[in-house]
Design a protein around this ligand. Structure first.
Ligand SMILES: Nc1ncnc2c1ncn2[C@@H]1O[C@H](COP(=O)(O)OP(=O)(O)OP(=O)(O)O)[C@@H](O)[C@H]1O
Ligand SMILES: [Mg+2]
Length: 507
C-alpha cells in the first residue's frame, strides 16, 4: 500500500546571501503523483537538486525506504532509484537522441558501450511517450519541445521509483502534455512516485494526488491530499496572503493611426503564404494558434532569422529588410523577447545589472559617452522592483537565479531598452501567478503609453486578458481575426472555429 519511499525533514540549503531551503519536509509515497508548488524562487528546483545529489544539504535528514541516505552525485541518486528531469535542459547537444536517453546506463557488451543496442530501449521510451523521433538524430537539431520529451524519455529509461519532473510541461503543447500525464499516471499505477512541478494549476489539479507548497524556502503545506484544497487556498499559501487580480487602466486604441508594423502578402522560406498583419501604436495584437501553426517562425523571419521570399514588411511606415534582431533593435527599435529564453535570452555568466541594461547600453553610451555605473543600477533596480525579481543583489550572476526569475530578467532587458515596437513570444511560460499578473500589468501599461505590442501566446486566458485583437493562425496562414470582447467563453469559441476553418462571425 502507501509505502513511504523518500522522506526529508528540516532540509536546509544555503547559498551566499540566500537561505534557499530553510526547513523543508516532504514525504513521497509509492503510487502517487505529488505536486511541488511555490512562487519563482521559493526553492523547488533547489529541493530537487538536493534530493538528486546535485547539491549537498547544509542541514536536515533524508531517508530512502526508512534508511538514512545522502546521495553524493546525480549518478548515485539514479542508482538509488531517483530519476529527474531538471528545469534547465541537460542533454548533450552533439549526441544522438538514443545516446542521450541511455547515457546514465548505457548498454554494454564485453565492457564496451554497445551502440547498436541503444536504439531499441530508447525507441521504447519514446514510444511510451507517443513521440516519433529519429533515435540517430543529434539533439541539437530538435525543437525545445522535442528536447524536453527526450529528457523525459531519459528519465523513464532508468526505471526510477521516484521521478522528479521540474516543470516538464513548460514548452509542451496541450496534446503532448496530455500524453505525458497518461505516462505519469501509468508510472504511479505501477507503484512509482512522480513529483510534478508546474506553474499551471489546472494541470496540477488534473494529475496530482498530494501536494507540498514551498514559500521562501519553507514547506508551508506538507504532503497533503490535494483534494482537500481549493485552487484559491493553494494560491494563497504560495503567495502568503489573499491574492489580488491584475489591475488594468482603461485603454483605447486609435484604429486610424498609421501602423507601427505592417506585413503585406508576406511569404517565407518556412512556408508562410500571403500573410497580412498590422499592429498600431498603443495596440496589443495577439497572434494565436496551435503549436506548429508558424507564429514564432513568422516573427523570426520578420527579424531576419529566416528568409522572407515575397511581400513587404514596413516598420513605422518604412520598408524594412531586417537581417538580425540586433539590427531590428538598433535601426527600428524592435524589442524581441524570444520563446527560447534559456538559450537566447539571458547571459548566465553576467551580473543581473548587466543583463538588464545590455540593450540600453548603446543608448546610454551614446548620450553620455560612457556608462556611469550609477545609472545602470538605477534602471536595473527599478525593473527588479517592478517585476519582483528575487535576487541577492544586482551583482549576482543571472545563472544563480531560479528559472522563473531568469525569465523575468530577460523580459526586463527589453523593457529597459528604448523599444518602439515590442514582440513577445510566450512571455509567461514558467512564471508564477503573481508575476504573471505583474507582467500583464506592465505590458498593458506600455501599450497604454503608446507602445505597439505583438503578443504570441498559447495561453488563451492571457490573450483574452491582454489583446485588443486576436489574429488566428493555422498551417502558416492567417485564418482570420477576432475583436476581443473580453468574454473568455465567447472568444475561445470564435477562435477555435477559425482554427478549424469556419467563419468566426457565423456560429
Ligand atoms: N547556484 C545558486 N547560487 C546562488 N543562489 C541560488 C543558486 N541556485 C538557486 N539559488 C537561489 O535559491 C533560491 C531558490 O531558487 P530555486 O531555483 O530553488 O527556485 P524555484 O522554486 O525553482 O523557482 P522557479 O519557479 O523560478 O523555477 C533563489 O533565491 C535562487 O536565486
Ligand atoms: Mg525552478
Amino acid at each position: 500500500m502507501n509505502t513511504l519511499l523518500l522522506e526529508c525533514q528540516d532540509l536546509v540549503k544555503l547559498f551566499p546571501g540566500v537561505r534557499a531551503l530553510d526547513g523543508v519536509g516532504l514525504r513521497l509515497t509509492a503510487g502517487s503523483v505529488h505536486a511541488l508548488l511555490g512562487e519563482n524562487g521559493a526553492g523547488k528546483s533547489t529541493l530537487i537538486k538536493v534530493l538528486t545529489g546535485v547539491h549537498s544539504p547544509d542541514g536536515g535528514t533524508l531517508t530512502w525506504c526508512g534508511e538514512p541516505v545522502r546521495p553524493r552525485s546525480p549518478l548515485e541518486a539514479a542508482r538509488t532509484g531517483i530519476g529527474v528531469v531538471h528545469q534547465e535542459r541537460n542533454l548533450i547537444p552533439g549526441f544522438s537522441v538514443a545516446e542521450n536517453i541511455t547515457l546514465q546506463k548505457p548498454p554494454s557488451r564485453h565492457g564496451l558501450v554497445d551502440y547498436a543496442a541503444m536504439t531499441e530501449p530508447a525507441v521504447a521510451c519514446l514510444t511510451e511517450l507517443g513521440v516519433d523521433l529519429d533515435p540517430d538524430r543529434p539533439v541539437r537539431e530538435l525543437s525545445v519541445a522535442q528536447q524536453q520529451l527526450v529528457e523525459i524519455a531519459k528519465a523513464l529509461y532508468t526505471e526510477s521509483r521516484v521521478l522528479l519532473l521540474d516543470e516538464p510541461t513548460a514548452s509542451l503543447s496541450p496534446e503532448e502534455t496530455e500524453r505525458l500525464f497518461g505516462v505519469v499516471r501509468r508510472l504511479a499505477d505501477r507503484g512509482a512516485c512522480v513529483v510534478f512541478v508546474s506553474h499551471r494549476l489546472e494541470e496540477v489539479f488534473a494529475v496530482c494526488d498530494t501536494v507540498t507548497v514551498l514559500r521562501d524556502g519553507r514547506s508551508v503545506l506538507e504532503s497533503s491530499p490535494l483534494a482537500e484544497h481549493s485552487h484559491d487556498d493553494i494560491v494563497s499559501l504560495m503567495v502568503g496572503r489573499a491574492h489580488a487580480a491584475a489591475r488594468m487602466r482603461p485603454r483605447t486604441v486609435d484604429r486610424s493611426a498609421a501602423p507601427a508594423l505592417e506585413l503585406t502578402a508576406v511569404a517565407t522560406a518556412g512556408g508562410h503564404r500571403d500573410i497580412g498583419l498590422t499592429v498600431r501604436p498603443g495596440e496589443i495584437v495577439g497572434l494565436y494558434g496551435l503549436v506548429g501553426a508558424g507564429r514564432s517562425e513568422l516573427v523570426r523571419a520578420v527579424l531576419g532569422l529566416d528568409r522572407i521570399t515575397a511581400g513587404e514588411v514596413r516598420v513605422h511606415g518604412r520598408p524594412a529588410r531586417i537581417s538580425s534582431p540586433r539590427q531590428a533593435l538598433h535601426e527600428f527599435g524592435i524589442g524581441y523577447v524570444t520563446e527560447n529564453r534559456k538559450e537566447e535570452g539571458v547571459f548566465l555568466e553576467q551580473p543581473i545589472v548587466r543583463n538588464i541594461t545590455v540593450t540600453v547600453w548603446k543608448r546610454l553610451a551614446r548620450v553620455l559617452g560612457f556608462v556611469p555605473a550609477g545609472d545602470e543600477r538605477e534602471v536595473a533596480q527599478d525593473l527588479v522592483d517592478r517585476l519582483g525579481i528575487r535576487t541577492a543583489g544586482l551583482a549576482q550572476h543571472a545563472g544563480e537565479l531560479s528559472g522563473g526569475n531568469q525569465q523575468k530578467v530577460s523580459l526586463a532587458k527589453w523593457l529597459a531598452a528604448d523599444t518602439r515596437l515590442l514582440i513577445v513570444d510566450e512571455p509567461t511560460v514558467g512564471v508564477d501567478v503573481r508575476t504573471k499578473h505583474a507582467f500583464h500589468e506592465l505590458i498593458w501599461d506600455l501599450a497604454h503609453d503608446g507602445l505597439p505590442v505583438l503578443l504570441i501566446s498559447s495561453d488563451l486566458g492571457e490573450m483574452v486578458t491582454l489583446a485588443d485583437r486576436v489574429v488566428v493562425m493555422a498551417d502558416r496562414r492567417i485564418r482570420g481575426e477576432v475583436d476581443n470582447d473580453r468574454d473568455y467563453d465567447r472568444m475561445s469559441g470564435r477562435i477555435i472555429r477559425l482554427i478549424h476553418g469556419r467563419d468566426a462571425a457565423r456560429p
